[in-house]
Design a protein around this ligand. Structure first.
Ligand code: RIB
Length: 313
């Protein structure tokens, strides 16, 4: 089993469930409020470890109860949290998440301590880069740290997966050129390539644009439609399993964590995408971020029942 290093955010999610989202200026009554460990980085690390990966995480929490809950939840799932940074100057990152009765969500993140996951801290933890095989990043920590991590991982010949969420207005071309995999959802993809459109062909065109910038593989998560994989050699759609979604929070994180685990186990790319689709199809049937991540056995069971891996687009 190869080693996975996740570098990214840790948040405490305040999840408020409601019949429908308020519009600007409106007050609505919610039905439930819960605190759930989240943050894209922590969710991906948690998912990868729970699904059987050998995972280490670098990131920063505050010296507070939310930070302690995060660290202990990750440690229990098997993530190596020994080198997480703890800062006294900022509180653990927070996210306010609204979930409506269709399972759709809106998220506002206040990064707090996540912005102290900086270049100096990553340099101090160079051993983590040297000892891993895969580096997974998202975009909830400071950009300098993300770009540094990508450059260092490339120098060391590691496989790099960037989940560009939340999506920036643009990424430098030299960053694209260092990525082995980029895993945007459909809106993140279109923003990154500066195009509009909502058909599979539009997404495939967008993905080809990123290939021209030097990314080796583009894997677009499309919610109920599944996942679209585009490389120089192939363009394939991996349909999603049909389920009734109750909360899509962290479905993309679960997908990324599962995908990395399958690659780290040496599975073929089509098998890795199918495994990630299976895991995230379970995650959307449950509430919350880390609370929705499935175990390995149930994911394998769902995968075994899926009819086929992919079809051409
Ligand atoms: O991707 C879901 C995550 O986004 C939530 O857990 C929230 O913390 C935000 O980071």
């Amino acid at each position: 089993m190869k080693k996975i290093l996740v570098i990214g955010s840790l948040n405490m999610d305040m999840v408020i469930e409601m019949k429908r989202m308020p519009i600007v200026g409106e007050t609505v009554l919610g039905t439930k409020m819960t605190y759930v460990p989240g943050g894209k980085g922590a969710n991906q690390a948690y998912a990868a470890a729970k699904l059987g990966g050998d995972v280490k995480m670098l990131g920063c929490i505050g010296d507070d109860d939310f930070g302690r809950v995060q660290k202990s939840n990750l440690t229990k799932s098997g993530v190596d949290t020994d080198d997480l940074k703890r800062t006294e100057t900022k509180g653990t990152g927070m996210a306010s998440i609204y979930v409506d009765e269709c399972g759709d969500n809106t998220v506002v993140v206040v990064p707090g301590a996540n912005m102290e996951c900086d270049v100096g801290y990553l340099k101090k933890n160079d051993a983590a880069f040297r000892e891993c095989d895969y580096v997974i990043l998202q975009m909830e920590i400071c950009c300098d740290a993300i770009y540094y991590a990508i450059g260092r991982a490339r120098e060391l010949g590691k496989t790099i997966i960037l989940n560009p969420a939340p999506v920036p207005d643009s990424l430098p071309d030299e960053i694209f050129a260092m990525l082995d995999y980029i895993t945007p959802n459909e809106s993140e993809l279109m923003k990154l390539c500066g195009k509009e459109g909502d058909s599979l062909e539009d997404y495939a065109k967008g993905a080809r644009l990123l290939l021209r910038k030097g990314v080796k593989n583009v894997l677009v998560t499309l919610g109920k439609k599944g996942a679209l994989f585009v490389s120089k050699e192939t363009e394939e759609l991996f349909p999603a399993r049909k389920v009734s979604a109750v909360d899509t929070t962290a479905a993309g994180d679960c997908f990324n964590g599962a995908f990395a685990v399958a690659l780290a186990e040496g599975r073929r790319l089509d098998e890795a995408v199918a495994f990630a689709n299976a895991a995230s199809s379970i995650a959307v049937t449950r509430c919350g971020a880390q609370t929705s991540i499935p175990a390995r056995e149930e994911t394998d069971k769902v995968l075994a029942e899926l009819p086929g891996l992919s079809r051409g687009i």
